[in-house]
Design a protein around this ligand. Structure first.
Ligand code: TPP
Length: 676
């Protein structure tokens, strides 16, 4: 706390400050911060200030002294461009660290007040928003997590709402369709969306691009819907009060004027995404009756806001008492879930499975191995929440012990996301952000494209979300090029903070799962085969070579004439090629590279040892992009150069020249070209 204004005692009883004055504090701070930054979006915070004031002063259950209190209501600013609305609220209600100085450095390097709200960057920001539609879909995951956690721990420990502010943009995005459909189907009655119904987006009036009756659309998806004047605090309050009592999610369309108060620009797109300018700001101050200097909030108004911020302290304390008086096992289970620690039972389950795979050496698809992992861990990892976007039988994502989550029974551990990959990713982000759960969900690897924006946010927010992506190459066969990923591995590897795993056999699949569960700050993508793969490693060691990203699976680590690098289904081909080369007196060492990202961060000595100095051939049934790093200028690549085709898998491998013979030939060719 750096300023005199911020030291106002929070014990002060709520002052009879008019809602409008409190809302004008949001408007003024938004205008001032955006003017100072010379960039930002004033229209939305000015338009929604009245609605936000009602929500934060009368309804939202929160405690700025502990932004991570598990039973707080969640507030999601889906319309992330209106970030100043949230930053103003966090400052006014007294979140530690969200100071006036932070508002003065809005959008500047190193400030908490980034251009769009960023999770982990600023206390009180529940999720990163800005890509429209993601926030409302995250909120569906949060509201679902609340119900699922409530089913496990009861009202005493879990009993909160998820509120969303979404604009026309969020509701125009296709993702919103998936999100509202899923929320309506699951009757997530703790989800309340406050729609900034201002009829304006960047290009102008929304009638330029849409004629949808949003209320009818939400109603069709099973939501309770209503429309209010968003500048009438009592009407907004009555609508929220009613929404809290419904048995379904609620949409409150708040008719607002974008840029409310700006004398010549309000109601127009001119206020959407640019500073208003000094004259317009002066005019707005006059129109709103706000005579205070920039960034100055009168003591009585700030005091009223701080009182609103301290409203939740008692509820928080009572909750802490309830947690302390819960029986020991319940309390421990709740806290373990919150900390996200998988626990000892998991290690044993994974070790047992490795021992079984070592003994049996099963020739199974890695998706089948993954199913065995899920079967083994689901009973010992209650925080695990599985799901699939309508491909359960193909992704093999459901354990027998997992019951389906339904609107009538949230105690289950498996979600049928329907044919909605995008909301599956976004909801998993919301579930992970909410806390208490480790979500995983499946679809075909090729359809990562359908949820890529959510995968990107998993990565940006550092969330442990596990994507189980099966049918990972032309090896899926007859479904053809529409379903055969070729560029996906490369494009996912290009994304920062994502671990892309492509295990080569059952053993590596267990180890990839172990890595994904252990890494709490990074999403993982498990790329799994449809087709059976031979067991490569037949010893169950305690260490986890997959965690090192790459390792030697066959051949001499020191003496080698050529190194064959491969991932997933192609590792077995490389081993076969090495056998052929051996018959010709050529020593080939095979390196499995299940996770490039983990290999890249190994000590240089380890990387050098694994890669060796001999010429290299890489093989992967995908495009070459990225392999240059590992094979260098002189290396060869055996893989795909274009889309696949429709045929049985073996025919496709032969047709596209991804064979042991081709790998061996490539190895001999580089040795010849190097004069060896
Ligand atoms: C996925 C995505 N597409 C485009 C944008 C760029 N963009 C930011 S705000 C906006 C218009 C949003 O309109 P609305 O929700 O009505 O906001 P308002 O104008 O009321 O502030 C657009 C297109 C974005 N942030 N995310």
């Amino acid at each position: 706390m750096t300023t005199a204004l911020q030291t106002v005692a929070v014990e002060t009883a709520p002052l009879a400050i008019d809602d409008r004055l409190m809302a004008n504090a949001i408007r003024a701070l938004s205008m001032d911060a955006i003017e100072k930054a010379r960039s930002g979006h004033p229209g939305m915070p000015m338009g929604m200030a009245d609605v936000a004031t009602v929500l934060f002063t009368r309804f939202l259950k929160f405690d700025p002294a502990d932004p991570t209190w598990p039973d707080r209501d969640r507030f999601v600013l889906s319309a992330g461009h209106g970030s100043m609305l949230l930053y103003a609220l966090l400052y006014l209600t007294g979140y530690e660290g969200v100071t006036l100085d932070e508002l003065k450095t809005f959008r500047q390097l190193g400030s908490k007040t980034a251009g769009h709200p960023e999770y982990g960057h600023c206390p009180g920001v529940e999720t990163t928003t800005g890509p429209l539609g993601q926030g409302i879909a995250n909120a569906v995951g949060m509201a679902l997590a609340e119900r699922m956690l409530n089913a496990r721990f009861g009202d005493d420990l879990v009993n909160h709402f998820t509120y969303v502010v979404a604009g026309d943009g969020c509701l125009m995005e296709g993702l919103s369709h998936e999100a509202i459909d899923l929320a309506g189907h699951l009757r997530l009655n703790r989800l309340i969306v406050l729609f900034d119904d201002n009829g304006i987006s960047i290009d102008g009036d929304t009638s330029l691009a849409t004629s949808t009756d949003q209320l009818a659309r939400f109603a069709a998806a099973g939501w309770d819907v209503t429309r209010v004047d968003g500048h009438d605090p009592e009407a907004v309050a009555a609508a929220i009060q009613a929404a809290k009592l419904t048995g379904t999610p609620s949409l409150i369309a708040c008719r607002t004027v974008i840029g409310y108060g700006a004398p010549t620009k309000q109601g127009t797109e001119a206020t959407h995404g640019a500073p208003l300018g000094a004259d317009e700001v002066a005019g707005a101050r006059a129109a709103l009756g706000w005579s205070h200097a920039p960034f100055e909030i009168p003591t009585d108004i700030l005091s009223a806001w701080r009182s609103a911020g301290s409203r939740g302290a008692d509820a928080h304390l009572s909750w802490e008492r309830r947690l302390q008086s819960a029986d020991r096992n319940t309390r421990q289970a709740f806290l373990d879930g919150q900390r996200g620690t998988p626990g000892l039972g998991l290690d044993t389950a994974l070790a047992d499975l490795k021992a079984a795979f070592a003994a049996e050496a099963p020739k199974i698809a890695t998706r089948q191995a993954s199913q065995k992992v899920i079967e083994a861990i689901a009973p010992v990892l209650p925080a695990l929440i599985g799901g699939s976007a309508d491909l359960t039988g193909s992704n093999l994502t459901k354990a027998r012990s997992q019951e389906t989550v339904t609107a009538d029974k949230f105690a289950g551990g498996y979600i049928h996301y329907g044919v909605r990959e995008h909301v599956m990713g976004a909801a998993m982000n919301g579930i992970a952000l909410h806390g208490g759960f480790i979500p995983y969900g499946g679809t075909f690897l090729v359809f990562t494209d359908y949820c890529r924006p959510s995968i990107r946010l998993s990565a940006l927010m550092g969330q442990r979300v596990i994507y189980v992506m099966t049918h990972d190459s032309i090896g899926l066969g007859e479904d053809g090029p529409t379903h055969q990923p070729v560029e996906h591995l490369a494009s996912l590897r290009a994304m920062p903070n994502v671990n892309v795993f492509r295990p080569a056999d059952a053993m590596e699949t267990v180890e990839a799962w172990a890595c994904a569960l252990a890494d709490t700050d990074t999403p993982s993508i498990l790329c799994l085969s449809r087709q059976g793969l031979p067991a490569l490693r037949r010893e169950a060691s305690d260490d986890n070579p997959v965690a090192k990203g790459a390792y030697v699976v066959s051949g001499d680590i020191e003496r080698r004439d050529v190194t064959l690098l491969a991932t997933g289904s192609e590792v077995a081909l490389a081993v076969e090629a090495a056998g052929q080369l051996r018959e010709e007196g050529i020593a080939a060492t095979v390196v499995s590279m299940p996770c490039w990202e983990l290999f890249r961060v190994q000590p240089e000595a380890y990387r050098t040892q694994v890669l060796g100095t001999a010429p290299r051939v890489a093989v992967e049934a995908a495009v070459e992009t990225g392999w240059e790093r590992w094979i260098g200028e002189t290396g060869r690549f055996v893989g795909m150069t274009g889309f696949g085709a429709s045929a049985p898998a073996d025919d496709l491998y032969a047709h596209f020249g991804i064979t042991a013979v081709a790998i061996a030939a490539a190895a001999k060719a580089i040795r010849t070209s190097k004069g060896e």
